[in-house]
Design a protein around this ligand. Structure first.
Ligand SMILES: [Zn+2]
Length: 92
């Protein structure tokens, strides 16, 4: 199987999303994904989904998947160890 090089889109790149984050561990019962490698923790197939990045340092956590398809999980950033919250951002 051969892959074509993606053509650059005319116009702008999708904007990257930065997640709300916290330095402390989330409450018990929360699903936490620990990023153990520098690459993205989740890779999907959605070509137009924006990159989802660590709210603190901008490290890419999720590629190719829109945020609304991922429910309440927390991802610990490989680069800065912050806990990034998906799902509904807290009101503060
Ligand atoms: Zn980070």
């Amino acid at each position: 199987m051969r892959f074509k090089k993606p053509k650059p889109l005319p116009g702008k790149k999708p904007t990257a999303i930065r997640l709300p984050f916290a330095a402390e561990k989330p409450a018990e019962g929360t699903t936490v994904l620990l990023a153990e490698m520098p690459g993205p923790v989740i890779r999907g197939q959605e070509k137009h989904a924006p990159d989802i990045c660590c709210g603190k340092c901008g490290h890419v956590l999720i590629l190719g998947m829109s945020r609304k398809r991922i429910s309440d999980i927390v991802i610990r950033c490989f680069a800065c160890q912050s806990y990034n919250y998906l799902g509904d951002p807290s009101p503060n």
